[in-house]
Design a protein around this ligand. Sequence first.
Ligand code: DGJ
Length: 729
Amino acid sequence: MPIFYHPNTKQFHLQTRHTSYVMGIFRDRYLAHYYWGAKVREEADLTGLHVPAGRAFSPTVDPKDWHFSLDTTPLEYPSHGTGDFREPAYAAELPNGTQTTELAYVSHSIRSGKPAIEGLPSVYTESDEEATTLQIVLEDAAAGLRAELTYTVMEQLDAITRSVRFTNTGSAPLKLNRALSVSVDFDHSGFDLIQLSGAWARERHLVRRPLAYGLQGVESSRGASSHQMNPFLALLTPDAGEEHGEVYGFNLVYSGNFTARATVDQFRTTRVSMGINPFGFRWLLEPGATFQAPEAVLVYSAHGLGGMSRIYHKLYRTRLIRGAFRDQARPVLINNWEATYFDFTADKIESIAQAGQELGIELFVLDDGWFGKRDDDTTSLGDWFVHHNKLPKGLPDLVERVRSLGLQFGLWFEPEMISPDSELYRAHPDWCLHVPERRRSEARNQLILDLSRPEVCDYIVRVVGDVLRSAPITYVKWDMNRHMTEVGSAALPPERQAETAHRYMLGLYGVMERITSEFPHVLFESCSGGGGRFDPGILHYMPQTWTSDDTDAVERLKIQYGTSIVYPASSMGSHVSAVPNHQVHRNTPLTMRGDVAMSGNFGYELDLTKFTEEEKETVKQQVAFYKEIRTLVQQGDMYRLRSPFEGNDTAWMFVSEDRSEALVGYFQVLSEPNAPLTRLRLQGLDPERQYVLQETGEVYGGDRLMHAGIVIPHLHGDFQSRLFRFIAK
Ligand code: DGJ
């Protein structure tokens, strides 16, 4: 059992393979946090790490002991109003209008396995031996509020998950104004903070800054995890780099509004808090009702950011992502979006698919524009029946034409949206999120369906299901192209309007659960104007995400590097597109575009019929090569070697789990005159083994490759790249 409870010290000790997380019942009442970090032996008594200290302006709980203040106690799930002035984990409003509550320890239980979180995505186990779960019940009896804190130790995968469930145990309704998933206190503030931030077309750029007094962090109030911020933050020691130093990662398994913050207080301690964004959130808890907060995944690594990333990658690859495609090689695809946009015919589609088939591509994806009257983005979202002017013989006919070429067929949907110009809107004008008497703000000419309503969810499940049943479709791109405004639901009473955004997420997860389980043979790729909802919540239902609408090879270096801080390569859709690039108008060689895209789930997004014979030959070779290395990329361990955020070149590599194979990618943005020699030290290999460089047949020891490195030949010209493939003898 990796969870131990010592009744004499009242200490809980949670152990993964390499870490310890220790807390305890303090003064028979409070749940105090003592330690999180590298593994210490189980029997160590760490309760002495907290020395109660009374300070000026820190209230005392016990008038007989002025040393004891909640303001200076490290706490596991803090409240506000009884002495702790730092960030609270929750806030409940009582029937008398006050918000002062204090949760106290009641009981705990330890069991093997990991319970699923009802209605929300979470990390899972395949057998009870994989995990151990501790549940601690806290209660404020006077308020009628109970909180069950759940901690699961994924021992071998080296991660801890946390979540919280509230119950109203009283006889009057309560209002939850804040219900975060996690709060962790650190005894100092000597950390840097890392976040993944950006915008549409430049998602998840890596941002690092030292902690300072006060509040810092990221959040979304857009109704989606967003392009702008990702529900992730990490604290790391200032000396920490890719392979050394201590890192504490926090990632929320949620796709809606979130907050992730680090607060440094007057005594230079740090509190990290993460959960649903309290801004605009309030949940009415009737007597007997429960509220479940999402799960957060906590990872500690003593081996730098790379160590943390590899823990997240493996956990998500194997125990977050589900379904048949979790362990299967993902198909190489060709998507028509940038080739045709809305302007296509069945013949045009067939010709692109035909060109793809000749080059070894396995899957054709028909993007936006195949339904309703959709010739541009002003119309038809919600009308999921075929566009007869474009596809007069219907969808099954087109699917058959593509499949008879030997390709699988995939289809784009944007099920959560509704165009004001649509049959659906004319029939159900109240089915969108809206607020009475207010403007319905549009973005990309569309509104958002109110997924807090069961009948709207049923509609989506039915219409998407009808299309998927109508033809042998084996891939779906599930898009979502705007953020929430006028967040209100025609179906909710006034006292529940502030629940709409979270109820939307619950509705969305329910829809995704129903559709993905009804169509287990379909590979689902999520998308939100590119990577606007690249989070573990969505990955639980859909094993891959379109990483960004920005397909420029240079921009993708940063986007894919930043994304890889948390998310595995197998979750990233990455395609080669035409030049000049449609987003940044840059010309990069086909080789570099291919080499960058091969670091994820590979595909093309251009009109292959327009390629010259020489270009087609290059594509053919790229596709054939990718098929050889895709298992390594999709299932291997990733090591980042050079950061695009720090210089002109980027490098990363993938190593198979048995260390018998590796692929190194080296990318140079601009050509440098009279450039110095570049030597690249590899990582993750077996120092005892000999590796053959496939391109030349040269043999290198793993020790030499890792300690002395390889010399990168001078690359002439801007936007150059090289892939090096090593196979152990
Ligand atoms: C946004 C997506 O990110 C694109 O790839 C494409 O599918 C368009 N939507 C279609 O409208």
